[in-house]
Design a protein around this ligand. Structure first.
Ligand code: SAM
Ligand code: DTB
Ligand code: SF4
Length: 331
């Protein structure tokens, strides 16, 4: 039977989660090595091209207008400013440049600038990724014609838990945009967040929803909730520290994503800043092979190049470019 399956059952996924940890990691690493270079980690850099003031009410997000996080809403950045940041990302060794906008959906009048950003970043030899919220057919067409490589649109959690996280859109709305993107031949980047107070069954349902999409997403970002003051979920986690996801359960989630979606790049995304080196190392062993580099994610801090270089050197991982600053940090 082919290893690439989109007919996983929840029972099968529950069984994987329940394996003894060593067996689970052995299986994940074995499958990982069949499809990927075991010591290579893909690097992407994020830029928030339109920050804050978002009409959606995602309970984890600093950028929702419904959450009182003190974040100032800004306008869409200019194309030149975005290209400057992309050039910097390329100089730092990044392979993909991901541009995120705090929108429920783009306005048609924004599309010209968006297309300019995609074309400019591509011309530098970087892969392009955009995350702009829900898309119409015609907007998806314009992104495809501009040559967009990836579109990020997360399902975030299980279908059952979705309404606990956001109520201004439905899980089905998300699936519809994913279908549009897939049908236009743009690679899908789709994952979610763990550590939002969801149950173990929700994590099973979350991975099941990803692994049973008509095609596995090319990239699967797994974020650990970054608790942000003034957001319902961030405040919940600060009030109940025991609700924080256990590191071993987080690693198990990565391993099950790897086993069920063997060819996808599994990205260890937000949350690395508060994760120990051994936990990150276990995530890489479990099959994570992509990270965000740089000092910032969208509105929160990321590990930064020197800390990443030191970790990559310890683990013998390749992917980070050997700029002087990185080389010094690794020594
Ligand atoms: N507005 C667009 C959307 O929601 O699709 C794009 C930007 S949105 C910030 C991209 C993703 O970042 C979300 O789907 C969510 O999975 C992740 N994210 C946002 N805030 C986060 C947080 N505090 N911790 C972890 N992940 C987060
Ligand atoms: C994804 O899954 N994680 C990235 C990216 N896709 C756009 C965003 C993480 C955001 C973390 C919180 C912040 O910096 O605001
Ligand atoms: Fe808006 Fe995206 Fe944040 Fe939700 S996650 S509030 S859609 S920016």
């Amino acid at each position: 039977m082919s290893e690439i399956r989109t007919d996983w059952t929840r029972e099968e996924i529950a069984t994987l989660f329940a394996l003894p940890f060593n067996d689970l990691l052995f299986e994940a690493q074995t499958i990982h090595r069949r499809h990927h270079d075991a010591n290579h980690v893909q690097l992407s850099t994020l830029l928030s091209i339109k920050t804050g003031g978002c009409a959606e009410n995602c309970g984890y997000c600093s950028q929702s207008a419904s959450n009182d996080t003190g974040l100032k809403a800004e306008k869409l950045m200019g194309v030149d400013e975005v290209l400057e940041a992309a050039a910097q990302a390329k100089a730092n060794g990044s392979e993909r440049f991901c541009m995120g906008a705090a929108w429920r959906e783009p306005k048609d009048r924004d599309m010209e600038a968006i297309v300019g950003m995609i074309e400019g970043v591509k011309a530098m030899g970087l892969e392009t990724c955009m995350t702009l919220g829900m898309l119409s057919d015609s907007q998806t067409d314009r992104l495809a014609e501009a040559g967009l490589d990836y579109y990020n649109h997360n399902i975030d959690t299980s279908p059952e838990h979705y309404a606990e996280v956001v109520t201004t859109r439905t899980f089905d709305d998300r699936l519809q945009t994913l279908e549009r993107v897939r049908n236009r031949g743009i690679n899908v980047c789709c994952g979610g967040i763990v550590g939002m107070g969801e149950s173990h069954a929700d994590r099973i349902g979350f991975i099941h929803a990803l692994a049973t999409l008509p095609e596995h997403p090319g990239s699967v970002p797994i974020n650990e909730l970054v608790p942000i003051e003034g957001t319902p979920l961030g405040d919940m986690l600060k009030g109940v520290p025991s609700a924080q996801i256990d590191d071993i359960e987080f690693v198990r989630t990565i391993a099950v994503a790897r086993i069920t979606m063997p060819k996808s790049y599994v990205r260890l995304s937000a949350g690395r800043e508060s994760m120990s080196e051994p936990t990150q190392a276990l995530c890489f062993f479990a099959g994570a092979n992509s990270i965000f580099t740089g000092d910032r994610l969208l509105t929160t801090d990321n590990m930064g190049a020197s800390a990443d270089a030191a970790l990559f050197a310890k683990l013998g991982l390749n992917g980070l470019s050997k700029t002087d600053a990185v080389r010094e940090a690794a020594e």
